[in-house]
Design a protein around this ligand. Structure first.
Ligand SMILES: Cc1cc2nc3c(=O)[nH]c(=O)nc-3n(C[C@H](O)[C@H](O)[C@H](O)COP(=O)(O)OP(=O)(O)OC[C@H]3O[C@@H](n4cnc5c(N)ncnc54)[C@H](O)[C@@H]3O)c2cc1C
Length: 388
């Protein structure tokens, strides 16, 4: 029977709950808002299937990608987080009568893994959602579709794809798996609190949410929440407290700090990420979003419709310096524990995030000194003569 004693060893994938023949495992949120399995020992028949499918209990094979590309899907670049490659893969699968699984918002604006077999259904999966997605019964649904002979594209984080593979327990020629380079997933509870605080008119008044709106540029992306009534939010990611808590590792799941899929341990056919730092001259329009496309298997290579992509062969080493998510798990923010301890009794999440992310006095003083020096330099005759 599955029992989580160390939270860094559970990604909350839910494979154990989905495989249990007695349905005696439920996924329950802890005080930080992350899902963990809870088994009813009275119902458990000790079949051991929950442990067999747990990806954390099995080694992740190491491999290196067969090929690496900088890639852009010009048709979908605008509406995707990076270069829009996911959309092209999904569209081709659906054209052939297949099914696509991806992350979308539910009616409460939480994130869930769901499926579609319609072209218009892909839209909901587009764009990265920086909240941990609940897998629900998606693994068993994917198994049913594969069993009936349909093609399936399953997309998710590294751990969700590893979990799916363990859940299925065998290779399906018609399964294509796509994972994303992953910084880590933030708490659904923090997201819930953020929405409660910023949308007092209620979830029903939300029209759209984008974590990575590119109108002011791919590098200067914005968090955008469109409300049907009242105030909408449009903040560059550096100014948005929710995004800062995510990017500065205040709100991530404990297992993300010990992610076992780093350094080429993806179990997916294709891995997608952002090709930060890509040379402007390399492809037309790179500065509007470029995908880092890692092809891990021959099946992955076969699935890519290169005719509809702008692409350039690359090396992994070119992307690593700009994308720490490829190589390492993010370190725990020193105030993470304190942040979650205060979460349930704080009246303002935004104020709590700002307080916990505020750099210590010494660091602020150093920054102040540096800015002052810079100002003096800019005003100096030497700098003015260079300008002229
Ligand atoms: C939580 C998270 C952290 C990420 N961290 C990094 C990083 O550190 N470095 C990096 O290079 N790239 C990271 N990415 C991936 C990147 O943001 C893009 O999603 C990816 O490059 C695909 O972009 P695209 O333009 O091809 O398609 P898009 O349309 O932007 O991608 C959407 C894809 O992401 C999946 N997805 C969206 N939200 C979630 C979610 N919450 N859980 C599971 N799957 C989801 C969808 O199912 C779909 O497959 C992260 C993505 C997520 C979701």
């Amino acid at each position: 029977m599955i029992a989580v004693t160390d939270k860094t060893l559970c990604s909350g994938c839910g494979a154990c709950a989905q495989i249990c023949p007695r349905q005696c495992i439920i996924m329950k949120a802890d005080s930080e808002g992350f899902l963990y399995p809870q088994a009813d020992s009275g119902l458990c028949i000790e079949c051991g299937r929950c442990e067999k499918v747990c990806h954390e209990l099995h080694p992740y094979p190491q491999s290196s990608p067969l090929q690496v590309f900088a890639a852009i899907n010009p048709d979908r670049q605008d509406h995707s987080s990076s270069g829009g490659v996911f959309s092209l893969l999904a569209e081709r699968i659906i054209e052939r009568g297949g099914v696509v699984f991806g992350a979308r918002f539910d009616e409460n604006w939480q994130v869930v893994i769901d499926w579609t077999d319609k072209q218009e259904g892909i839209q909901a999966f587009r764009g990265a959602k920086y909240v941990q997605a609940s897998t629900g019964d998606s693994f068993s649904k994917a198994e049913q579709f594969l069993g009936s002979g349909r093609e399936v594209l399953f997309s998710g984080t590294h751990c969700q794809i590893a979990a799916l593979r363990h859940y299925l327990g065998k290779n399906y020629p018609k399964l294509l798996t796509v994972d994303c380079v992953c910084h880590g997933v933030p708490s659904p509870l923090v997201w819930d609190r953020y929405l409660d605080e910023t949308v007092p008119s209620g979830r029903k008044s939300i029209e759209a949410i984008e974590f990575r709106n590119k109108e002011s540029g791919w590098l200067n992306y914005s968090f955008r929440l469109k409300s049907k009534k009242g105030r909408s939010i449009d903040e560059i990611y550096t100014a948005n407290p929710y995004m800062q808590a995510f990017l500065q590792n205040l709100s991530l799941r404990p297992s993300c700090h010990e992610c076992r899929a780093k350094e080429g341990r993806s179990c997916a056919d294709i891995t997608l990420g952002d090709f930060w730092g890509v040379d402007e001259k390399r492809l037309p329009g790179v500065s509007h979003g470029t995908s880092l496309l890692l092809v891990n298997t021959p099946k992955g290579l076969q699935a890519i419709d290169f005719e509809h992509l702008l692409f350039d062969q690359a090396r992994l080493e070119e992307a690593i310096p700009f994308n720490s998510g490829l190589k390492i798990s993010q370190p725990v923010h020193p105030h993470r524990e304190r942040f979650f301890a205060q979460l349930s009794h704080t009246t303002s999440l935004t104020a709590l995030i700002r307080k916990e992310l505020k750099p210590p006095f010494k660091q602020r003083f150093r920054l102040f000194k540096y800015r002052l020096k810079l100002l003096f330099y800019k005003l100096s005759p030497k700098a003015r003569s260079i300008k002229r």
